[in-house]
Design a protein around this ligand. Structure first.
Ligand code: F6P
Length: 340
């Protein structure tokens, strides 16, 4: 058996841990593992390498992905799907372990009707894939964001400023909610709920009046104001999957707060900072469990399935289930609001 493995979409902490686990488990079954570089791009224009255990030893704590990644969508190219399937055949790959989020796994799912066999491993710092309680990479991103926000908060307190921190989170506010609650934010803004600039300003002025001169606002990059939809998406460049390239809502919020309230305000965009670097213990364990389980799915011939965490158990689900977006549990925001 020859198993291809690829990482697609935005990177996250724990990708190398999955690759290491895949290679290790595959060795138990005497499977050959072929790494595919840059996600689906490495099958459109074949770019592969044979992976053995020596090559992944020491990979567990390393951030990023040794296989490189890209947001290549074969379905946006003429003859793309046919080329991917023909190249996989030419390389002698019996199946692919696709490590990715909704885009990468969505491509895998569509390619299966062209004859490609695959199993999926759910990855995204956004934690927005259904059918798994958690995606690896999320908890590391939250830890990094929390540490950065703690630091922003202390300088904000010294200067009696409002600090606005923008974190990633395109369609779902999991990172903003977790990192905001974990760092004691006074306002948390998420894509699931358009925000009201007037209400935010009233709240911050109220805090200032009762002597709380410093306030902390955490905003997900995909959050949108009720009043100005274009602030967070309209007219943006799109990636190959049609997603707007975000960033900038933090600046908008900070400028509006200062303009409307007169409170001195600064903004910080954490952006890719929270995606890079070494996985925390939780993500190392989850990624390792996912990698081992993915090869077990291959062994069982359960193609079209994705490994998933349910409670504390690793199970398998139809990848179609996973492609539905998993939006924020809004009860988390209610908890955050206790601390306004
Ligand atoms: O992978 C998901 C994500 O981190 C989103 O939160 C963010 O909008 C996007 O990727 C950024 O992508 P890029 O690295 O291509 O700028």
């Amino acid at each position: 058996m020859k198993v291809g493995v690829l990482t697609g979409g935005g990177d996250c902490a724990g990708l190398n841990a999955v690759i290491r686990a895949v290679v290790r488990r595959a060795a138990d079954y005497n499977y050959e593992v072929i790494g595919i570089r840059r996600g689906w791009a490495g099958l459109l224009e074949p770019d592969t390498l044979r992976l053995d255990y020596d090559m992944v030893e020491g990979a567990l704590p390393v951030g990023g992905t040794m296989l490189l990644t890209s947001r290549t969508n074969p379905f946006s190219k003429d003859g793309g799907p046919e080329r991917v399937v023909a190249n996989a055949k030419e390389l002698g790959l019996d199946c692919i372990v696709a490590i990715g989020g909704e885009d990468t796994l969505g491509v895998a799912q569509k390619l299966s009707s062209h004859g490609l066999k695959f199993v999926g491993v759910p990855k995204t710092i956004d934690n927005d894939l259904s059918a798994t309680d958690v995606t690896f990479g999320f908890h590391t991103a939250v830890d990094v964001a929390m540490e950065a926000i703690d630091r922003v908060k202390s300088t904000g307190e010294s200067h009696e400023r409002v600090m606005v921190v923008e974190v990633m989170g395109r369609g779902a506010g999991w990172i903003a909610a977790y990192s905001g609650i974990a760092s004691g934010a006074h306002v948390i803004l998420v894509p699931e709920e358009p925000f009201d600039m007037d209400a935010i300003c009233t709240l911050l002025q109220g805090r200032a009046k009762r002597g709380e001169k410093s306030s902390l606002v955490v905003v997900a990059e995909g959050a949108q104001p009720r009043e100005r939809e274009e602030a967070a998406g309209g007219g943006r460049r799109l990636d190959q999957f049609g997603h707007p390239m975000l960033g900038g809502i933090g600046r908008f919020v900070a400028q509006e707060i200062e303009r409307r309230t007169g409170l001195e305000t600064r903004e910080v965009v954490l952006g890719h900072l929270i995606r890079g670097g070494s996985p925390n213990a939780y993500d190392r364990v989850l990624a390792t469990r996912f990698g081992v389980a993915a090869v077990d799915l291959v062994k069982a011939g359960k193609f079209g399935q994705m490994v998933s965490l349910r409670g504390n158990s690793i199970v398998s689900v139809d990848v179609k289930e996973a492609l539905k977006p998993k939006l924020l549990d809004m009860s988390l925001l209610a908890v955050g609001r206790e601390f306004q």
